[in-house]
Every structure is written in structure tokens, then in C-alpha cells.
Design a protein around this ligand. Structure first.
Ligand code: SF4
Length: 356
């Protein structure tokens, strides 16, 4: 590490010592012990695509119910999927279950490549866990770090091509005695000071080592690739009630929202025309909801029917008849929770509503 690199790291860590966020999966700066790898791994998986405030609630509930990786590995899939409901990106939960069972059988990996071999662990997550929980020098580059590094280096290479350059520039900055604190300090700097909009350059602890150091110029960095358009998909939800119960199905174990509970309905396609209803009844079109997934946006039209008898199967799907009052605790993923919210709020109102 050259003198300037050393000064950057010292300035950053000095700021972190006074300003580190208190988070339930972290130890305070300069701790002599290392954090529990289970807690670091669980938090990093949850933090992929989800904010700290939401993750904190879910993390506390998960670690209360399953305080060790062995406890998590022994838990039924359905209990973990239900506890994950609302956090989104459910592939993460399925990967978490598989990885927990691999770790319980073989122990925690101690290096980046071992972590990369686990499902759901990409280059950033592997580097962050290895640095934080095992004290190894690794360059953990997520979107926060990409932003800070692009500005400090005044990088003009657009993402994602700039990532390799950022990783190569970052690794020599990681101090051998505090790799975990350095990784967390960069995360906190990106979250509190070097923010996407209006970065706080005037009070920034690394201002003297930053090649941009100007809030207006910094907002233009990192250079992003042109935005991709998100395709639209359409479908129908069939809200079927009988005797105060509502029909729920369980989605197939693989694929989007795999293994999660939901409402029966049509396939989601690029054709906005409605699919045929599953059986003849006094159907009412009662509303629609919108939801954004990573790779597409979805618009679901809700059709409701009231049945005299509780069929065990609808459109080839086994039905779990669930009391209306139990829907909120049924572990519905967000897209279906929006349907339930709309239908329960508009009960007995014939008007057409939309929830985005
Ligand atoms: Fe970011 Fe400004 Fe600090 Fe540079 S000086 S790292 S642009 S906040």
C-alpha cells in the first residue's frame, strides 16, 4: 500500500470509528473478536436488494427463531418461506435453505471461493463475508462501493465494465489489520455521505483523497449503461370465496415465487387479453393490481366469485381454503398480499379499484 492509499484507509477508518452504524449483525469498530459468520451471511443475503430498515426486522425475527445455522437447516422449508414473505426476491430464501443445509453438513467456508460455491452467494457477498467474518483482505464491490470508488477515482468507464477496475483499485486499500471494518466503513460512507444524490463532499472524511470531491460532478458518477426497458406481463387472479374462506394455491416449487402461497389465476403472459375464467359462475371484475419484478412489470386483473361448495381443486390446482381473517398471516408474497389488501379493503363495495 502506498502512502496515499494508507492515508485514505486511515481517514476512512477514523471516521468509521466515530460514526459506524449500530446494526444487529455487526460488532462495534475495532472489536477484538469477529462476528458470527451465520449472522453475517444471513444479513448479507437479506441485504441483497432490500434496505437496512426492512432487513433489520426480518433479521431479528429469523435469529430469534433460528439462532444458529444448524437450527435454520433443520427448519421446515414452509416455515422459512413464510418467515421470508414480504422480503421479496424469493429465490434468495430457497438458496438460503439449500446453503444452510450445506453449511450445517460441512461447516462454514473460510475463503471467498468456498463461499462462492454456495447457492445465492455472488462475488460481492463472498468477499464481504470473508472480510467481515474471517478478517481476510477482500475487495467487496456492491452498488454503494461502485459509487464511492467511481467518484474517488473519477472513473469514466461505464458500469458494469468498470467493476474489474474498481476491484483492482480497491484491494490495495484494504488494510491487513481491519478488512472487515474497512468493508463496513465503505458501506456506511456510501449510505451516509457519498449518497447517490447530494453527496456530502464538504464533510466527507476522504475528501482530500477524492478525485471528484464536488457534489454536482459526483452526481454524474458512476457512469451507468443505458437503461433497459422492462417488458410488461398481464394475468388474472381468481378470488374465490366460499363460506367465509378464500381459495389459496401453492405455486410450483421452482421458478418465480416458487413454493409460495398465492391465489389461483391465469398464466402471466405478454398478451393483455384476459384468459378464460376457470368455471362458470357469477364472476365480478373487482379490481387490479400492479407489481414490479426485476425483469418485468405485472398487471393482474382480479375476478371474484362466491361458491356454495368448497371445491378441492380449481383449474388443476389443489385448493387450501383459508379464512379471510387468516390471509394476512398466510405468508403471501407481496404481489398476492396486494390482491388480498385490495379485496379485504373493498369488501362489499362493487366499485372497480386499482392498487399499484
Ligand atoms: Fe463522495 Fe464527495 Fe466524499 Fe468524494 S468527496 S467520496 S464524491 S462524498
Amino acid at each position: 500500500m502506498c502512502q496515499k492509499q494508507g492515508m485514505f484507509s486511515t481517514a476512512l477508518l477514523g471516521w468509521y470509528d466515530a460514526n459506524a452504524r449500530t446494526l444487529p449483525w455487526r460488532l462495534p469498530p475495532n472489536s477484538v473478536t469477529r462476528p458470527d459468520p451465520y449472522r453475517v451471511w444471513l444479513s448479507e443475503i437479506m441485504l441483497q436488494q432490500t434496505g437496512v430498515a426492512t432487513v433489520t426486522r426480518y433479521f431479528q425475527e429469523f435469529t430469534r427463531r433460528w439462532p444458529t445455522v444448524e437450527a435454520l437447516a433443520a427448519a421446515p422449508d414452509e416455515a422459512i418461506m413464510a418467515a421470508w414473505a414480504g422480503l421479496g426476491y424469493y429465490t434468495r430464501a430457497r438458496n438460503l435453505i439449500t446453503a444452510a443445509r450445506m453449511i450445517a453438513a460441512r461447516g462454514f467456508p473460510a475463503d471467498e471461493s468456498g463461499w462462492r460455491a454456495l447457492p445465492g452467494v455472488g462475488p460481492y457477498t463472498a468477499a464481504a463475508i470473508t472480510a467481515i467474518a474471517f478478517g481476510e483482505r477482500c475487495a467487496a464491490v456492491d452498488t454503494n462501493v461502485e459509487r464511492v470508488a467511481s467518484r474517488v477515482l473519477n472513473l469514466r468507464t461505464p458500469l458494469p465494465a468498470a467493476r474489474a477496475e474498481i476491484r483492482a483499485a480497491l484491494l490495495p486499500l484494504v488494510p491487513a489489520n481491519r478488512p472487515g471494518d474497512f468493508t463496513q466503513a465503505l458501506m456506511d460512507l456510501g449510505s451516509a455521505v457519498c449518497t447517490p444524490r447530494r453527496p456530502g463532499c464538504s464533510a466527507c472524511p476522504v475528501r482530500d483523497y477524492c478525485a471528484t470531491a464536488d457534489p454536482v460532478a459526483a452526481e454524474a458518477l458512476p457512469v451507468k449503461p443505458p437503461p433497459k426497458t422492462r417488458p410488461a406481463r398481464y394475468g388474472c387472479v381468481w378470488w374465490i370465496e366460499s363460506g367465509g374462506d378464500v381459495a389459496l394455491i401453492r405455486r410450483p416449487p421452482r421458478g418465480l415465487l416458487g413454493g409460495m402461497p398465492g391465489f389461483p389465476g391465469s398464466h402471466w403472459t405478454e398478451d393483455p387479453a384476459h384468459a378464460p375464467l376457470p368455471f362458470a359462475s357469477d364472476w365480478r371484475r373487482t379490481g387490479e393490481i400492479s407489481h414490479i419484478f426485476t425483469h418485468f412489470s405485472l398487471r393482474l386483473v382480479i375476478f371474484a366469485a362466491e361458491l356454495a361448495n368448497q371445491f378441492p381443486v380449481v383449474a388443476g390446482e389443489a385448493i387450501d381454503w383459508t379464512p379471510r381473517g387468516a390471509l394476512e398471516s398466510a405468508g403471501l408474497p407481496t404481489v398476492y398480499a396486494k390482491v388480498a389488501q385490495l379485496m379485504l379493503a373493498s369488501a362489499d363495495q362493487p366499485c372497480f379499484e386499482t392498487l399499484c
